[in-house]
Design a protein around this ligand. Structure first.
Ligand code: FUB
Length: 459
């Protein structure tokens, strides 16, 4: 069990407890809630097209009426160019301005593919608008849906278009949700299908939100998946597959983004000025939530063999209140590192103690870890990455979140179930509490102790 001599562990604890937050990218805006990003590079400018979450605090449904465009010259600071498209652009649709993507057509115009609720039979459709510049103005390019429930072979939920132009000029449309990925070729007019809808093979655990790109002759498809192997129930991670043909067959390659603080997850991947990025959303902005999301951006790196490294979620850490807290615990084993829980690291898996780990071997039963701040913080969710060393420390049997109400520790009211999954951040959400002390109480499985690799606290 011994990993660190006690003196070294104590020194490391001090270093970790005083380490400043990592340099991090904030949400691209906190002036409004944004979601479902798509990215496009034109010249020296990075364009990020987003949905716009307008649900009220505590809302339990999407309220989305328009799409915004943001521009950046450095992928760090973004300017909101306003709502450049809305459901009102499409006379045949009136609600649900969901995920979208913009692609330059062979005619040099910019085609904005959107998920939108049409007024005809069925629910969601894919429509397309067109403009002469990446900022528009945009008008309905077709006068009706490009894809609807009546399109032969279409998805159980026709949303989340991603459009990709290959080197030979052929344009491909991928889309879908409810585990139904679909693809088709587009004609050069960008507004009609060129051939049948197909169901690509090999895209393991596809849920929704596909994003297609090409690098070094290899086709990549990133997408939201929500299987137990990568996210807690109700949440999604981003997996990806590669292919040597734009319509597949695809080979699943792994997880490129862990679950985020919102239940939905939605990637866009782009190279800008020699650096690759993933743009995605989470619930990390002040007052954020599953229906009040915020788009953020982080660097993405490839391995020499073309596989993608897991994205480090620095945007989430920007809002991570744990980084400015002092950790306490009921008990930590002398060789373990309490300060590991708030060092901002994203573990690769539950056995990854490369940045240290909190563990309470050989205690059994209920133990706790706690954050204290010098003044009250508003906390609306936490995310625990459990430590499992396949020895004496195992995933807990149960857990709950408590806070100091000024006189006692009490359970945080309205908290969602406290997950005990391995290999992922287990997110617990609740109506925001204002407190100077937040506690994670965990009860071990019989015969084992418990441990934590990272514990985030978000507004
Ligand atoms: O924003 C509404 C829907 O949530 C999107 O279309 C999905 O990708 C998910 O992010």
């Amino acid at each position: 069990m011994t990993r660190w001599p006690a003196a070294l562990a104590a020194a490391l604890l001090l270093i970790l407890a005083t380490a400043p937050p990592a340099a991090a990218g904030a949400p691209i805006t906190t002036a409004l809630y944004t979601a479902d990003p798509a990215a496009l590079v034109v010249g020296d400018t990075l364009y990020v097209y987003t949905g716009h979450d307008e649900a009220p605090p505590g809302g339990t449904n999407f309220v989305m009426r328009d799409w915004h465009v943001f521009t950046s010259g450095d992928a760090a600071t973004f300017t909101d160019r306003g709502a450049r498209l809305s459901t009102g652009t499409f006379p045949w649709a009136s609600a649900d301005a969901w995920a979208s993507e913009v692609e330059r057509g062979p005619d040099g115009r910019y085609y904005w593919y959107v998920s939108v609720n049409g007024d005809g039979p069925g629910w969601m459709n894919i429509g397309v608008a067109v403009g002469d510049s990446p900022l528009g103005p945009f008008t309905d390019a077709k006068g009706g849906p490009l894809i609807s429930d009546s399109t032969p072979g279409s998805s159980p939920l026709n949303i989340d278009p991603t459009v990709f132009t290959d080197d030979d000029g052929q344009v491909y449309l991928y889309w879908g949700s409810y585990y139904g990925l679909r693809a088709a070729k587009l004609n050069p007019d960008m507004t009609s299908l060129n051939g049948p809808v197909i169901t690509p093979s090999g895209v393991s655990n596809f849920w929704e939100a596909p994003w297609m790109f090409k690098r070094n002759g290899v086709y990549y498809l990133a997408y939201a998946a929500n299987d137990a192997g990568c996210s807690a129930p109700g949440y999604a991670c981003v997996r990806y597959a590669t292919a040597s043909n734009p319509l597949g067959p695809w080979t699943h390659r792994g997880v490129v983004l862990d679950q985020v603080s919102s239940t939905t997850n939605h990637p866009a991947i782009v190279e800008f000025k020699g650096q690759w990025y993933m743009v995605y959303h989470n619930a990390a902005a002040p007052g954020g939530g599953d229906f009040r999301r915020s788009v953020t951006i982080d660097k993405l790196y490839f391995n020499a063999d073309g596989t993608m490294r897991k994205v480090v979620q620095t945007g989430g850490n920007d809002a991570n209140l744990a980084l400015s807290a002092t950790p306490y615990t009921s008990y930590v084993s002398p060789w373990e590192t309490l300060g590991a829980i708030n060092d901002g690291h994203t573990p690769a898996n539950s056995a990854d103690h490369s940045h240290g780990a909190y563990g309470n071997w050989n205690r059994q039963g209920t133990e706790w870890i706690e954050y204290r701040w010098p003044s009250a913080r508003g906390v609306g969710s936490v995310a625990a990455y459990w430590f499992d060393d396949d020895l004496g420390i195992d995933l807990p049997a149960s857990c709950r979140v408590q806070y100091w109400n000024g006189g006692a520790y009490v359970d945080v009211p309205g908290q969602s179930p406290c997950g005990v999954a391995a290999g992922a951040f287990n997110v617990v959400t609740f109506p925001q509490v204002s407190t100077t002390r937040l506690r994670l109480t965990m009860t071990s499985r019989p015969g084992y102790s418990t441990g934590v690799l990272e514990w985030r606290a978000l507004p």
